[in-house]
Write a new protein. Structure first.
Length: 79
């Protein structure tokens, strides 16, 4: 990966470590801090893994000419 900045999120509280990559232009501020403070924040800010999201299947529309909107007139049409 070129032109990316990586941030390491340490393993904590049974959660695995993670690496997140960002474009340098998307990082607008970095606050210098101690490792202890960074670890405390990391424990509270665990990134959620990507999860699967599904859309319910749609039913197909009726074929053209198969509309039953004028059911009352159908008997008259076949006489």
């Amino acid at each position: 990966m070129t032109d990316k900045t990586g941030f390491e999120i340490p393993a904590a509280d049974g959660n695995p470590s993670a690496t997140q990559f960002y474009s340098p232009g998307s990082v607008y501020a970095i606050t210098p801090t101690t490792p202890e403070t960074a670890l405390a924040v990391a424990r509270l800010s665990r990134p959620a893994p990507v999860s699967r999201w599904e859309v319910a299947a749609l039913t197909a529309p009726p074929p053209p000419g198969d509309d039953d909107q004028d059911d009352e007139d159908d008997e008259d049409d076949h006489v």
